[in-house]
Design a protein around this ligand. Structure first.
Ligand code: SAH
Length: 343
C-alpha cells in the first residue's frame, strides 16, 4: 500500500502497539494511551496532542501520518442523512453514510474500496475490487464523519462498500480499535457487520466476536434464485449457509438479521415469501426487507410498496420476525457505491 512519504498510518495501531513505538522512541509507555486517546478524538495533526511533549510530537510526525480521509464529495439530506465520498492519502475512495435514528446516530462504513463479490443488483461491485481497507481506515471514516457533522456516533454498521469477511483482518482490527476503552470505547453490541455469506468466516466471527451483531444478505428463498443475483452462492450453497447461520445462533445465542432486497419480478412473489417463511421458522432469525435501490446500469427495478407489504404480511402470518428498512436520504442519492461511480 502506498502511504504518505512511506510513513505509516498511526490509526492502525492498538495501544499496546503504540507502547512499543513509545519505547522505541525512548518514551514512557503511558504516552501510548495518551496518543491513542487523542486519535479517538479525531485530531488531524500531532500538534493537537497538547499533553505530548513537542519532541515526541516531532518524532511521531517523522514516522507516522494520521490517516483521516478527506471528504471529496458530500451530500446532505433533509432528514439529516449525510453521505460522504472519502479519499485516503493514496487516492483510494470509499463511501460512508451518517444517519439519525430514534435510538441515536449511526454510521454505515465501507470495508473495501469496490468489491469482488459480484452481486448483480449492487453498484459497489461494478468495477471490481480496488483494495481492502485497514482497520485504521475503517475507524477513520467514523472519526472523519464525526468531525464533519459535529455529532456523536454511537452505532456503526459495516454495510457500505465491500465484503467485510473478504477483509477479515481489516474488520477485526477495526473492531478492536473502536472498542478499546482507551479510545473510542464503542460497545460491541453497537456494531453490526453484514456479509454476503462467506461461511468459514461466519464460524470464525462467532468465536472471535460473539457480541457483535451479524447480518446476512440472503435476497432469495432458495439456491436457484440466490445464484441468479449472488455469484457467491455458487461457492457457498444455500443449505450450508443456513446450517452455518443456525450454528452461529447456537454458539452466540444471538439473532441473525437476514437482509432481503425486494426486487420487482425477481424475488417478490407470494411463493418466495412462503418459502422464505419456512426457512426462517423456529430459530433466532429476523428478516429485514429492503426496498431495492435502483442502480444506474443495472436492470432491476424496485418492488412496489404493495408487493413489499404483501410479502411482509405472509412472513408475519407465518410467525417470522420481519421489518421493512426505513428509507433515509432518498433525496440525495440511491444505493451505496453510486457516489464513487459518479466521477
Ligand atoms: N458485502 C456485504 C455488505 C455490503 S452491502 C453484504 O453483502 O452484506 C449492504 C447490504 O446492501 C447488503 O445486504 C447488500 O446486498 C445490499 N444492497 C446492495 N445493493 C443494493 C441495492 N441496489 N438495493 C438494496 N440493497 C442493496
Amino acid at each position: 500500500m502506498k502511504t504518505e512519504d512511506n510513513k505509516k498510518n498511526i490509526l492502525d495501531y492498538l495501544p499496546d502497539e503504540l507502547e512499543t513505538v513509545a519505547s522505541e522512541l525512548g518514551e514512557k509507555k503511558f504516552r501510548a494511551a495518551q496518543i491513542f486517546g487523542w486519535l479517538a478524538k479525531g485530531v488531524t495533526s500531532f500538534d493537537d496532542m497538547k499533553n505530548i511533549p513537542a519532541s515526541l510530537r516531532t518524532a511521531l510526525d517523522e514516522r507516522f501520518y494520521i490517516g483521516i480521509p478527506e471528504a471529496v464529495r458530500r451530500q446532505e439530506s433533509k432528514d439529516g442523512t449525510v453521505k460522504c465520498l472519502f479519499e485516503f492519502p493514496d487516492g483510494t475512495q470509499v463511501e460512508s453514510v451518517f444517519m439519525k435514528y430514534e435510538y441515536g446516530n449511526s454510521i454505515c462504513i465501507s470495508s473495501q474500496s469496490g468489491c469482488r463479490m459480484g452481486c448483480t443488483f449492487c453498484a459497489s461491485t461494478m468495477d471490481g475490487l480496488d483494495r481492502s481497507l485497514t482497520g485504521g481506515e475503517m475507524l477513520a471514516q467514523v472519526l472523519a464523519m464525526r468531525n464533519i457533522t459535529g455529532e456523536d456516533i454511537g452505532h456503526v454498521v459495516v454495510m457500505g462498500m465491500g465484503e467485510p469477511f473478504d477483509n477479515y483482518e481489516g474488520l477485526s482490527g477495526f473492531i478492536r480499535l473502536i472498542h478499546d476503552k482507551k479510545g473510542y470505547d464503542l460497545g460491541l453490541r453497537n456494531i453490526t457487520v453484514s456479509t454476503c455469506g462467506l461461511i468459514p468466516k461466519i464460524r470464525e466471527f462467532a468465536v472471535d466476536f460473539p457480541q457483535v451483531n451479524l447480518a446476512v444478505s440472503l435476497h432469495a428463498p432458495n439456491q436457484k434464485l440466490r445464484e441468479r443475483t449472488m455469484p457467491v452462492a455458487k461457492k457457498y450453497k444455500y443449505d450450508d449457509l443456513m446450517k452455518a447461520c443456525r450454528e452461529y445462533t447456537e454458539l452466540t445465542g444471538r439473532r441473525i438479521t437476514f437482509e432481503y432486497a425486494v426486487i420487482d419480478g425477481v424475488n417478490d412473489s407470494a411463493e418466495c415469501a412462503k418459502e422464505l417463511s419456512a426457512r426462517m421458522k423456529g430459530w433466532l432469525s429476523h428478516v429485514n426487507l429492503i426496498p431495492l435501490n435502483e442502480v444506474k446500469g443495472r436492470e432491476y427495478k424496485t418492488a412496489n410498496g404493495n408487493s413489499v407489504a404483501a410479502f411482509k404480511k405472509i412472513l408475519e402470518s407465518n410467525g417470522v420476525a420481519v421489518t421493512v428498512r426505513r428509507t433515509l436520504g432518498s433525496d440525495i442519492d440511491a444505493a451505496c457505491g453510486q457516489l464513487r461511480r459518479k466521477k
